[in-house]
Design a protein around this ligand. Structure first.
Ligand code: PLP
Length: 355
């Protein structure tokens, strides 16, 4: 394994005094992880250095053609003060899958789990103490060649930055309002839907913006071919409870394989629920609603963990789900996942990695 050189800051920042006002993604810790890739040499020179600006040529190819991938996970502080991660191996495994799609060179996943632990350990005091708050971890890789030509780059940077973030829900699990996107699509068959890459987000901004203008929080994406089958929501996978059965779209290549999704499926199965991963059309959901069989709809993702959907609009039709309140399965999943993540309940799955 490579050795990680550590250069400590001589000017540590003041930590946020009020953890209830952290928000998301604005505050960064004192240090960051950096590693270079150069063709011929491979990944090399992993280091932890003071957090700061980086200098790039205006010709940096990533800025023009978007060869970039990222991940998102969290460090949680438990009641006894120790800090832990949730399935970090899964994040780096998925990152290598994204890398393959974007022609970014693969890296050693085990090494990156160790590097993440080393960085978080150094920044341990930045992990919030408030219930529900956590330290968001953002690993990313981007192409750095000074070349305005379209081809896979020869030089890359792998970085990890850390951001203390507030509790996603400050007033309990408020159900969200979403609508079915019928104009735009997020990805198509053969595209990059399964990869965590900047392009998928750039392409979603227009729909997101129009949703916000109409007072909706998110859009529910349909498949890009027939615009008939449900895919996912913004940065969350989607689940339906129909007549007691838990249903989620199967991973066909256009849906991001969420780690929260995977964990939710395992928990539901362990609790005795029937879980099916299959194609599910918006017509089917609408029919289940009319028949009084649409018990719950919820999103899953690292940020919100479980996000109940209370209001779902499809064309002119508005579906109010479970009286706009959190349902039984959603609540069970939220309690189990957050319980494991914050060390309040025993982790029978072996998902927790202590620092
Ligand atoms: C990251 C992400 C998710 C959720 O994945 P988790 O691993 O559960 O956080 C879902 N959809 C998209 C498009 C994403 O980028």
């Amino acid at each position: 394994m490579l050795d990680i050189r550590i250069e400590r800051t001589t000017t540590p920042k003041e930590k946020p005094a009020d953890e209830t006002k952290l928000g998301f993604g604005h505050i960064f810790t004192d240090h960051m992880f950096v590693m270079n890739y150069d063709t011929g040499e491979g990944w090399h020179d992993p280091r932890i250095v003071p957090f700061g600006d980086i200098s790039l040529s205006p010709a940096t190819c990533c800025l023009h053609y978007g060869q970039e991938i990222f991940e998102g996970l969290k460090a949680y502080r438990t009641a006894d003060g120790t800090v832990q991660l949730f399935r970090p191996d899964e994040n780096f495994k998925r990152m290598n899958i994204s890398a393959e799609r974007m022609v970014i060179p693969p890296f050693d996943e085990e090494f990156m789990v160790e590097a993440t632990k080393t960085l978080v350990k150094l920044e341990e005091d930045w992990v919030p103490h408030t219930d529900g708050a956590s330290l968001y971890i953002r690993p990313f890789i981007f192409a750095t060649d000074d070349y305005v030509g379209v081809c896979p780059a020869d030089h890359y940077l792998f970085m990890i930055i850390l951001s203390p973030s507030g509790a996603y829900y400050s007033t309990g699990l408020d159900p969200v309002k979403i609508y079915v996107e019928q104009k735009y699509v997020r990805t198509v068959r053969g595209g990059t839907g399964f990869a965590k890459t900047a392009a998928n987000y750039a392409i979603s901004l227009k729909g997101q913006d129009e949703a916000h203008n109409q007072d909706y929080e998110q859009v529910l994406w349909l498949d890009g071919v027939e615009q008939k089958y449900i895919e996912e929501v913004g940065s969350m996978n989607i689940f339906f409870v129909i007549d007691g059965e838990v249903v989620t779209p199967q991973l066909t290549g256009s849906v991001l394989s969420g780690i929260t999704r995977k964990s939710a499926i395992e928990i539901c199965r362990k609790q005795g629920y029937k879980v099916t991963e299959r194609k599910i059309s918006i017509e089917e959901v609408s029919k289940a609603y009319d028949d009084g069989k649409l018990d719950e709809v919820f999103g899953t993702g690292t940020a919100a963990v479980i996000s109940p959907v209370g209001h779902l609009k499809w064309g002119d039709k508005i579906m109010i789900i479970n009286d706009n309140k959190i349902g039984k399965v959603s609540q069970m999943l939220y309690d189990t996942l957050t319980g494991i993540q914050w060390g309040k309940i025993e982790d029978e799955f072996g998902w927790i990695v202590k620092l």
